[in-house]
Design a binder for this molecule. Structure first.
Ligand SMILES: Cc1cc2nc3c(=O)[nH]c(=O)nc-3n(C[C@H](O)[C@H](O)[C@H](O)COP(=O)(O)O)c2cc1C
Length: 293
């Protein structure tokens, strides 16, 4: 947090504009609180223009496009996207797959984040979309802030309402012809207001936020010293039966690794830097897999 108010980013991906409208209502709620600074961003498109044209996608808004590095400046964020087969769209996955370097420096540790959505149909998977996305938050050490049943509107069964305890939302209809209702937007605004309260509380606690990220960065000396280097492979555990003599630490938190199951090492692990804690880890990992190199 640089100023007196926590900086909260609202970032979204939207093909047809529904999530964009919900994002605007959430931003309004954040600003209404007058306790946080709020900025609206869109996630980069990954589909080529001709494919978007075939999908009858709406023209892109003029909202600035965010980068992972820019997101790391925020003290917390609210992230919205439409459902694709009950999970997040590839555009959002691609954006988070580009945050490996930030993961290794603990840039998001202890920061709060919330989710919001759109689906084509009423039971098209808003909740599965949220649930299946939580792994990203967990690995980054991000604190997920659900909406809960914050509004009586969420018990309103008289009309189709988007959103749930997982976050605000809207139902676009099978052809996208529905627009976010007044009730959807009220719920979204409330999510912004409530999220601001949580962000203010967390940012005033020195145990989370900036201090936690600094501690995590210090636990990964290679990553902190070489910001342009490729992100190291995630360290899940030491396989059972290895010759490791010192406990392997989780590279983000510095805590001892808990899970015993070996994870398949991504390509980056094949050419590890042979220095520091990570270098030691990779050396042991290679030894345990019987590599002679
Ligand atoms: C490839 C694809 C998969 C989709 N999968 C689902 C789905 O599983 N459930 C659902 O209700 N809607 C699904 N939809 C509809 C989108 O969720 C809907 O178009 C979107 O919520 C509209 O939001 P937007 O205007 O912000 O893009 C899908 C759309 C596409 C293009």
């Amino acid at each position: 947090m640089t100023g007196s108010k926590p900086k909260i980013y609202v970032l979204y991906y939207s093909t047809y504009g529904h999530v964009h409208t919900v994002a605007q209502a959430i931003t309004k709620g954040l600003l209404k609180s007058n306790t946080v600074d709020a900025e609206l961003y869109q996630i980069p498109e990954t589909l080529p223009p001709d494919v978007l044209e075939k999908m009858h996608a709406a023209p892109k808004s003029t909202v600035p496009v965010i980068t992972p590095e820019k997101l790391a400046e925020a003290d917390g964020f609210l992230l919205g996207f439409p459902t694709r087969f009950g999970v997040a769209p590839a555009q959002v996955k691609a954006f988070f797959d580009a945050t490996g370097q930030l993961w290794s420096s603990g840039a998001f540790v202890g920061k709060p984040a919330g989710l919001f959505f759109a689906t084509g149909s009423q039971h098209g998977g808003q909740e599965t979309t949220a649930f299946s996305f939580l792994s990203h938050f967990t690995h980054h050490g991000i604190i997920y802030v659900p909406l809960g049943y914050a509004s009586p509107l969420m018990f309103d069964n008289d009309s189709v309402i988007g959103g749930s305890a997982w976050g605000a939302g809207t139902v676009a209809g099978p052809d996208g012809s529905l627009q976010p209702s007044q009730k959807d937007l009220e719920i979204a605004e409330l999510q912004g207001e409530n999220f601001a309260k949580v962000a203010v509380k967390l940012s005033s606690d020195p145990a989370v936020g900036d201090d936690a990220a600094a501690a995590a960065a210090a636990a990964v000396p290679d990553a902190a010293a070489a910001p342009d280097a490729p992100a190291p492979a995630p360290i899940a555990a030491v396989p059972a039966g290895t010759a490791a003599t010192e406990p392997v630490k989780n590279s983000t938190t510095g805590a001892p690794a808990a899970a015993p199951a070996p994870a398949p090492a991504p390509a980056a692990a094949e050419t590890p830097k042979k220095s520091g804690r990570l270098g030691n880890f990779f050396a042991k990992l290679k030894k345990s897999f019987g590599s002679s190199s």
